[in-house]
Ligand binder design. Structure first.
Ligand code: NDP
Length: 433
């Protein structure tokens, strides 16, 4: 804490991992001797840079850009870019730290990194977003590359932003390096199912977790927070599994639709119009909009937090439990506070941590890199099968590791230990790096 002052989210993420890998460290004294923990907590490289840009009225703005290249033991740094006014070093580091173990859990050759800027794309025109992205890439380009560091999207960074970033990278470097970014549009090197992957993947994980308990999503009443990329495709997949998503949200409040959220209407509002969630209730007259409150007060059996960090407090968790929630699957990164996790654990709620449940996004990005490297493109069906298999494998790794360490059903311990062991082993054999 003294070494990284004021970085609360980072401390929270590190504490959670270190607490749960204790049993693994006890079995592997060689890691303590090699100071793996001290090394793994320190990013390999952190870049902070100025991003000046001009709005449509000619006014100049200055934002702060970040890229934390956290760990390359398993492969090139890999992780998204977040554009949100709350972004500062502590958030980028927490996300980068989580990313190391998540990427390891996928079983794919990717290291961990994360980046972004305190830029708020909300209310900005396409031209303004383009100018911001071009300025951001004008510094970022020198740090990234197919074999070095491969950014993708995250909050506030979707296909539009990736397109502008890619265009500027190409212009500066004079290289058509498809594999330098993932989440690209299908017209220029993007992969099928990447857009859907995080949401779909978390629901594949949810189904596996419920099945392991002799249950399933079919007929379940589900509540989702957020209505962005992860939330939309989680809702779509829950419905394909026969569940009913009765509520979803954004930062302004939530909507309840007892007939089940109409995902096409939601896509139109969020992906095309970029409007607030209130517009959903206007488009579907029987739905209601509840401003300024969290969606967790809507009774459900399965909760999917898909918006942002620390969006499920201890009190929210207690409400969910009291209303009969039996499973929580994190589509977002670290959405549940430590108090919330405690409440779920004590109540016996099945809990899938983000680094396992939302790993489908980065796994599909790794598949996009494979396709770019081989100048190939796979079909939607094949790509989705690959994604499902990867999520089943991740589930099995978490499940089995938790059993092996005497904590059956503890997916958080299973995920942290399994991811950690893979990275630690690679770091050990690569010498003092
Ligand atoms: P989007 O920007 O597409 O959507 C984010 C959603 O969350 C929006 O509905 C947004 O509402 C809401 N939200 C964001 N910040 C807040 C906040 N501070 N309080 C309340 N609501 C908020 O992002 P994604 O769907 O891509 O990302 C969602 C989560 O999933 C993040 O935690 C991200 O790190 C994680 N994730 C994303 C992956 C991906 O592939 N995209 C991969 C793995 C994890 P509003 O529009 O009103 O701000």
């Amino acid at each position: 804490i003294r070494r990284n002052p004021g970085e609360e989210e980072f401390h929270q993420a590190v504490r959670e991992v270190l607490d749960s890998i204790r049993p693994a460290l006890a079995r592997h004294p060689e890691y303590a001797e090699a100071k793996i923990i001290e090394r793994i907590c320190e990013p390999e490289r952190q870049v902070i840079f100025r991003v000046p840009w001009e709005d449509d009225r000619g006014e100049v703005h200055v934002n702060r850009g970040f890229r934390v290249e956290y760990n390359s033991a398993l492969g090139p740094y890999k992780g998204g870019l977040r554009f949100h006014p709350s972004v500062y070093l502590g958030i980028v580091k927490f996300l980068g730290f989580e990313q190391i173990f998540k990427n390891a859990l996928t079983g794919m050759p990717i290291g961990g990194g994360k980046g972004g800027a305190d830029f708020d794309p909300k209310g900005r025109s396409d031209r303004e977003v383009m100018r911001f992205c071009q300025s951001f890439m004008t510094e970022l380009y020198r740090h990234i590359g197919e074999y070095t560091d491969v950014p993708a999207g995250d909050i506030g960074v979707g296909a539009r932003e990736i397109g502008y970033l890619f265009g500027q990278y190409k212009r500066i470097t004079n290289r058509y390096e498809s594999g330098v970014l993932t989440g690209k549009g299908l017209a220029y090197g993007g992969a099928q199912v990447r857009r859907e992957a995080t949401g779909y993947g978390s629901v594949f994980f949810a189904e596996e977790m419920l099945r392991a308990a002799g249950d399933g999503l079919d007929g379940k009443r589900v509540v989702v927070s957020g209505s962005g990329n992860v939330a939309i495709y989680a809702i779509e997949k829950v419905q394909q599994f026969g569940g009913v998503v009765v509520a979803c949200a954004d930062s302004s409040g939530y909507v309840v639709d007892e007939k089940g959220i109409d995902v096409e209407v939601l896509k139109q509002i969020k992906e095309v119009q970029r409007g607030p969630i209130r517009d959903y209730a206007e488009a579907r007259r029987h739905a209601t909009f509840v401003p300024g409150r969290r969606v967790w007060e809507v009774p459900c059996e399965v909760a999917l937090p898909c918006a942002t960090q620390n969006e499920v407090s201890g009190a929210d968790a207690a409400t969910l439990v009291a209303n009969g929630c039996i499973a929580v699957v994190e589509g977002a990164n670290m959405p549940t506070t430590p108090d919330g996790i405690r409440v779920f654990t004590e109540a016996g709620v099945r809990f899938a941590p983000g680094k396992a449940a939302n790993a489908g996004g980065v796994a599909a990005s790794a598949l996009e890199m494979q396709q770019n490297a081989s100048r190939d493109s796979w079909t939607f069906t094949y790509s989705e099968q690959r994604l499902q298999q990867i999520m089943q494998d991740i589930h099995a790794r978490c499940f089995e590791t938790a059993e092996e360490y005497g904590m059956p059903g503890n997916y958080m311990a299973g995920a942290n230990i399994n991811g950690f062991l893979r990275v630690a082993e690679a770091m050990l054999v690569q010498g003092l790096i």
